[in-house]
Each structure stands twice: as structure tokens, then as C-alpha cells.
Design a protein around this ligand. Structure first.
Ligand code: SAM
Length: 280
């Protein structure tokens, strides 16, 4: 009964309702999930429990800690960073798109994993990753990273770890960028606006720009619109967007990463990362 009441409370809360209402006003945008990887839970667990990737992470994680990226100021937590590294490496992504650069907590991990893939695949082309944010996250005048206790701009951090050749930053609204983007990508991370309407509209673009067998990863996806942690924190937008996308695209499904094999935040292993997958 408690679970049911909690569910009703969460669904009926005002913020979720207004998100759902706003989402309803957006025109249907049919999407094709054909290029998405048909990833099973078994595949996911295989990726996350890889001994090879665990050893690699062991070698690079010390350097990442030394960068002194802040926690709990809007960037993804170290446990989520590790999961993103594993996924990008596991699918051998050779091109990456990130929406939502912020202070670069995810940017640097995606860049490190991508750089390793590119080295192994003997690809030395520049800018195989694009990171988009509506704000200029590297603005030398305003220095926005300082407000979030980060020691350097995302671009500077990439320079420090020797990955600046991998990433180009774009300052633009995600929908404007996605609608005219000509590149295609193996791995797309959506962590920009968390409004249901925006995620709903970003996803068909992301599906169109995805290479066959690629992955689209969402952050702040709360399954069943329920808080994941004891602090009751809940963002409804990505969940509501995916519910509508699933109704309109029967091939599309979501695979929340659930409990990771390592800690994430608030003494838990829980993550709000979730993969869009193709149903067969
Ligand atoms: C939660 S933060 C991203 C965190 C980042 N991935 C990290 O780990 O450091 C969300 C970012 O998305 C950006 N954003 C919000 N709405 C956006 C939009 N419509 N288009 C592009 N970026 C947007 C914000 O400016 C913010 O920097």
C-alpha cells in the first residue's frame, strides 16, 4: 500500500503534472529506432563486469581524481562516470555526441574512452566528439565553471589530460543544433535540458544521427517516476518523454542501468543512467 501511495503521490505532484501537460501540447514526432543497438540486460551486465575495463579504469581513475572535479554541483557523479567509460569503450565508439557539457564531468570521461578507441582503431582525425551546451561553458570572461567549484574550464581539463584534440565544443540550443547537424555518431549522451518536451524532441533527432548499432544514453531517468535515493530527489522530464516515445514507437524501449557494480552517490550503487534500446 505504501508503495502504491508513494507512486500516486509522485505522479500527482504538481511539477510532474505541469511537465506532462506541457508535453501533451507538443506535436507528435514519429521516430525510427532502427539504428539503436538491441542491447539486453545480459549484454549490459557483461559490459559493466568486464575485467579488462576494470583494469583500465584502475589505471586512469587516479588521474581523474587528481583533476579535483567537484561532486554534487550538477556534473555526473564518479560512479556514473565509470559506467559511461565502460559503455563507450565496450561498444568501441568512434564518434560521440554529448548534449549538456556543463563543467565537463561527463565530457572528459567520454573523451578519454573515445581517445582510447581511436588509438586502437588507428584513427587520428580531430574532433570525433561534439559537446553541446546552450551556455559557453569555456567562456574565459565569465568563467562559469568557477560558480560550480571546478578548478578549470572543460576545455582546459581536456588539455591537461591530452584529449583536447578529440572534442569540439558548440554553444547552441540542443534542438537547433540537432536539427541541422550533418555528422553521425556511435554514442549519444543526452544530459542537457531535462524538460519532458525537450527530451521528447531531442530523441528523434538523436535517433536520426545515430550510426547502426549505436547507443543513446539518458541521464536523470527515474523509472516509474519514483525517486531513486533516500533524499526523495526526482526529475520527471526524461521519464515522461520516454513514456510517450515508447507509445509512439513500438520498437523503442528503455534499459535503466539500475544498480551499478560500484558506488555512485548517497551510500548507494544506484544510477539514473538509462539506455534507449531497440526491441526485436
Ligand atoms: C546537468 S548539466 C550537464 C552535466 C554534464 N553532463 C556533466 O557531467 O558535467 C545540464 C547542462 O545542459 C545545458 N542545457 C540546458 N538546456 C539546454 C538546451 N536546451 N540545449 C543545450 N544545452 C542545454 C545546461 O546549460 C547545463 O550546462
Amino acid at each position: 500500500l505504501l508503495q502504491t501511495l508513494k507512486k500516486i503521490f509522485a505522479i500527482v505532484n504538481n511539477k510532474t503534472l505541469s511537465e506532462a501537460r506541457r508535453l501533451e501540447t507538443i506535436e507528435t514526432n514519429f521516430s525510427k529506432a532502427d539504428n539503436l543497438r538491441n542491447l539486453s540486460l545480459t549484454d549490459l551486465l557483461f559490459f559493466l563486469n568486464s575485467d579488462k575495463l576494470s583494469q583500465e579504469w584502475g589505471r586512469i581513475s587516479h588521474g581523474i581524481q587528481e583533476l579535483k572535479l567537484p561532486e554534487s554541483t550538477g556534473g555526473i557523479n564518479p560512479g556514473d562516470q565509470r559506467a559511461i567509460f565502460y559503455l563507450t569503450r565496450a561498444i568501441n565508439a568512434n564518434s560521440v555526441l554529448e548534449i549538456g557539457s556543463h563543467i565537463g564531468c561527463s565530457t572528459i570521461i567520454l573523451a578519454l574512452a573515445l581517445e582510447q578507441n581511436l588509438k586502437e582503431n588507428k584513427i587520428d582525425a580531430l574532433n570525433r566528439m561534439t559537446s553541446v551546451d546552450i551556455k559557453d561553458v569555456n567562456d574565459p570572461i565569465r568563467q562559469p565553471w568557477k560558480a560550480f567549484d571546478s578548478p578549470h574550464s572543460p576545455k582546459k581539463i581536456l588539455e591537461l589530460i591530452g584529449c583536447d584534440w578529440v572534442v569540439e565544443f558548440v554553444t547552441e540550443d540542443s534542438l537547433s543544433f540537432l536539427s541541422k547537424c550533418q555528422k553521425t555518431f556511435d554514442f549519444i549522451f543526452l544530459d542537457g535540458s531535462h524538460l519532458a518536451g525537450v527530451v521528447y524532441q531531442e530523441t528523434p533527432h538523436a535517433l536520426r544521427l545515430l550510426n547502426p548499432g549505436g547507443l543513446i544514453l539518458l541521464h536523470d531517468y527515474f523509472p516509474d517516476n519514483q525517486p531513486l535515493w533516500s533524499n526523495g530527489y526526482l526529475i520527471s522530464g526524461p521519464y515522461l518523454a520516454v513514456e510517450r516515445l515508447k507509445q509512439e514507437n513500438l520498437n523503442l524501449d528503455i534499459l535503466p542501468l539500475g544498480d551499478l557494480p560500484w558506488p555512485t552517490k548517497l551510500d548507494s550503487h544506484k544510477t539514473s543512467l538509462a539506455l534507449l534500446i531497440r526491441k526485436i
